[in-house]
Design a protein around this ligand. Structure first.
Ligand code: C5P
Length: 234
């Protein structure tokens, strides 16, 4: 039985703790919420619980479908045991429907359904505002080589296919989402979390937003939206 030792890292939404095993860490989900690169701050009641549970359910689903992830198991309500990874500083965004920054950047209407999914890479650098990168930038910055970019791209699209189909059956449209990858002993693993903090989920019948856009855009009903997603995937 591994236990939580000292904290290795505290992010905006999670804390990471060392364990007795150097290849295993414990992740604890917080209720803190931030948006716009930390400029907007708040708390979403019970978010840590909902996101830990939603993320665990989706990582289990992905593992069952052959995606290699850092997730090992749930430990209590807000914690999970995961494989230690060195995070590749890329935010990998996959989009099925235009929303958010893509809508602004390309002048496309939110809700426009893309004929095929789009994948984008952003440099995970708060001090630079997470700029958009292409493959040449990624190679030049030595964040990943071409083989690794290919692997990450294939994993991103595979995760999209699995999640989109699963969530569709739960009455949820998967609009877009952000993934992070890490390395352990040379292997690339899907890491971080998959939750309403990192995805756009729209209710298929009402179109209602069931994700962090409710917090970002002050739409109200934030906790209810997170609880609703949890109740559909638990
Ligand atoms: O803001 P944007 O439209 O680029 O976001 C695309 C997707 O990536 C959304 O689902 C959003 O929640 C997620 N994202 C994230 N963390 C970021 C930026 C975006 O989880 N730093």
């Amino acid at each position: 039985m591994l236990t939580k030792l000292e904290m290795l890292y505290e992010g905006k939404a999670k804390k990471v703790y060392r364990t007795e095993d150097k290849d295993r860490v414990i992740i604890e989900y917080k209720d803190d919420a931030t948006a716009f690169n930390g400029k907007k701050k708040g708390t979403i009641q019970e978010k840590g619980f909902y996101n830990a549970q939603i993320s665990a359910a989706l990582f289990n689903l992905l593992e069952d479908n052959g995606v290699k992830t850092h997730f090992i198991k749930k430990l209590g309500d807000r914690e999970q045991l995961t494989t230690y990874v060195d995070i590749i500083p890329l935010e990998v965004v996959v989009r099925n429907i235009v929303a958010g920054s893509l809508s602004k950047r390309l002048g496309l209407e939110e809700g426009y359904v893309l004929e095929e999914p789009i994948i984008e890479f952003y440099y995970k650098r708060d001090d630079l505002g997470d700029p958009l990168l292409n493959n040449s930038h990624i190679r030049a910055l030595k964040l990943a080589d071409e083989e690794e970019i290919k692997e990450i791209t294939a994993m991103g699209f595979k995760v999209n296919d699995i999640l989109r189909n699963y969530l569709s059956n739960k009455g949820i449209e998967l609009v877009d989402f952000k993934l992070e990858f890490g390395k352990n002993n040379g292997n690339i693993l899907l890491a971080d979390e998959i939750s309403p903090d990192t995805c756009r989920f729209w209710d298929k019948s009402s179109g209602e937003k069931l994700d962090k856009d409710r917090f970002r855009r002050d739409l109200g009903g934030v906790e209810n939206a997170y609880r609703e997603v949890w109740s559909r995937v638990k």
